[in-house]
Design a protein around this ligand. Structure first.
Ligand code: ATP
Ligand code: MG
Length: 568
């Protein structure tokens, strides 16, 4: 499913089948008088990405709508992959999206309780210690068309199981030598019910519990019970867990604990984007990007650094909604919501990325004046500012052509254009270097056109931006393109890798851009529209004397379209 939208929705949590389901449960008092409780349960094994934003807006947004609460729970049951750095970044990102959790929880806080519950299942004859190797267990499991085979260890006595499980916990056995399994049904059509593993042996230091444990619960044995402990009423997760739901329910039923209920929705997929922490980690570790917060990354910290806003992300995920079938959303749709938001809110500024000097021969030498410019034509309340104008200006190289192609309306010999908010100017002559490149354009202005207004009703076909040479602020500008060159970066030929689909030209550094002087005070994170160029955001790498800007998004480039059309 590819969706494109042109209008912004209202800012409320996505309205969808999840909403209907919860409303029905409230109406029928499925959970008695208990308030709606949800949780957002990331594993702290990487940074959050835009897909997680969808889950966050659903978990927090739906709870909010029904007057309920949401916990942030770290699903930290894999000690080898989890780190405190990730725990911290996840909290930062959830807050950035505008949410505050009711309780901060960790699955690891429940390790003692989960262990007690495992003992109970053993005593009830519902769990056993298996000595088969991982490979044997896989073979015994059977396939979708063939039933599994029972392990020879399945008939162990309760006493023997209790003894072995306690000794697993005491650290007597090597990693992988034994597992605790639930005793369910080796012939079940659902593979997840063919005696799933509950505990495995891992001698590794956990980011919170240190070396206290050397057995760790599997996701399925931890997740539902953690929900139940927190009295989660609606445990929303992505569709790949649908097959796990019977197991989720089985544990809760066997233990007779609070009946949390799992509901699945579709995962967010975006074109030209990979949303998998494992692969994003690989990009970081192998240095294909500068870090988790590289502005080309689909991580929340990456798109934040690039200049994306929580408001636009909210509008986007609201529009995408939630369904019961997976699809792919065009990245352009996310970009559309971001442009829409920045168009309304970002202050305008003039910046020349590839400077060409324009000297106005009939403008008095040494004179300077201030022209008044609206900070945001979309928002009168944003006010105006004064921009210095003088005899020598920078304009974009692209805004001048010695020999203009058809339909080129910008500056060219003898042609008149408007300098934005300033004057009409006509190109007269040019200066070239030894190699024949245009290095300077000379022109004349019409003093009667001050403010950019036509003095006699004559029209110009184009308005270009400019920066006064004497006042220009030099800056670095980082231009980003898509990180992958293929709409489905996960699609690669046998023997290849998703890395083959990396766009090798996703970053271009412009080291000598010229900005209007008002930008000297811009702080990291501040967002602007550079008129006619795009949306930009101050990068934290900036120093007092050198500003660095990230391009969030280009404006829609109508000229590029005309050129493309002409070329085809
Ligand atoms: P990844 O494959 O990137 O590691 P994950 O599903 O393992 O993702 P978790 O940390 O377990 O990541 O995810 C926390 C929550 O976010 C889960 O409820 C999960 O279903 C949800 N989630 C993860 N990715 C997406 C996505 N692309 N779209 C919507 N929800 C997602
Ligand atoms: Mg996961």
């Amino acid at each position: 499913m590819t969706t494109s939208h042109t209008e912004s929705p209202e800012l409320h949590a996505p309205s969808n089948f999840l909403h209907e389901m919860i409303a029905e449960d409230v109406r029928t008092k499925k959970f008695g008088d208990a308030a709606i409780q949800t949780r957002f349960p990331p594993e702290p094994n990487g940074y959050l990405h835009i897909g997680h934003a969808k889950a966050i807006f659903l978990d927090f947004g739906l709870a909010d709508e029904f007057g309920g609460k949401t916990n942030l729970r770290f699903d930290d049951t894999n000690p080898e992959r989890e780190e405190t750095e990730y725990v911290e970044s996840i909290q930062r990102d959830v807050r950035w999206l505008g949410f505050e959790w009711e309780k901060l929880c960790y699955a690891s806080d429940y390790f003692p309780q989960l262990y007690e519950w495992a003992l109970k299942l053993i005593k009830d004859g519902k769990a056993y210690v298996d000595d088969l190797s991982a490979e044997e267990i896989r073979q015994y499991r059977g396939t979708l068309t063939e039933p599994g085979k029972e392990s020879p260890y399945r008939k162990r006595t309760v006493e023997e199981n209790l003894d072995l499980f306690q000794r697993m916990k005491a650290g007597e056995f090597a990693d992988g030598s034994r597992v605790l399994r639930a005793k369910i049904d080796m012939a079940s059509p659902n593979l997840n019910l063919r005696d799933p593993a509950m505990y495995r042996i891992v001698h590794a230091t956990h980011h919170r519990t240190g070396d206290a444990w050397c057995i760790y619960p599997m996701y399925d044995f931890a997740h539902g019970q953690s929900d139940s402990i927190e009295r989660v009423t609606h445990s929303m997760c992505t569709l790949e867990f649908a097959d796990h739901q019977p197991l989720y329910r089985w544990y809760i039923e066997q233990l007779g604990i609070f009946p949390s209920q799992q509901i699945e929705f579709d995962r967010l997929n975006l074109t030209y984007t990979l949303l998998s922490k494992r692969r994003l980690l690989q990009l970081v570790q192998e240095g294909h990007v500068r870090g988790w917060d590289d502005p080309r990354m689909p991580t929340l910290s990456g798109i934040r650094r690039r200049g994306f806003t929580p408001e636009a992300i909210r509008a986007f995920v609201t529009s995408v909604g939630a369904t019961r079938t997976n699809g792919i959303v065009d990245i352009e749709m996310l970009e559309h919501f971001q442009r829409d938001d920045l168009n309304r809110r970002a202050a305008r500024a003039m910046a020349v990325l590839r400077p060409l000097k324009l000297v106005i021969d009939n403008y008095p030498e040494g004179r300077e004046e201030l022209v008044e410019v609206a900070n945001n034509p979309e928002d009168a309340a944003a006010g105006t500012r004064q921009v210095p104008f003088s005899r020598e200006l920078y304009i974009e190289q692209d805004d001048y052509r010695e020999t203009p192609p058809p339909k080129y309306y910008r500056l060219s010999p003898g042609k008149e254009v408007r300098l934005r908010n300033a004057y009409f100017v006509t190109a007269q002559s040019l200066v070239k270097d030894a190699a024949g490149n245009v290095v300077e354009v000379h022109g004349t202005y019409d003093p009667a056109s001050r403010g950019g207004n036509s003095p006699d009703g004559r029209k110009v076909k184009s308005t270009i931006h400019w920066v006064s040479v004497a006042h220009a602020l030099p800056a670095e500008v980082r231009l980003y393109e898509k990180l992958f060159s293929k709409a489905d970066p996960g699609d690669f030929p046998e023997g290849g890798s998703f890395l083959d689909n990396l766009n090798r030209e996703s970053l271009e550094i412009v080291s000598d851009a010229k900005l209007e002087p008002s930008l000297a005070g811009a702080r990291p994170g501040e967002r602007f529209q550079f008129e006619r160029v795009g949306y930009f955001c101050v990068d934290p790498d900036s120093s007092e004397n050198r500003k660095i800007f990230n391009r969030t998004l280009a404006l829609k480039d109508t000229w590029a379209k005309i050129e493309k059309k002409a070329a085809s």
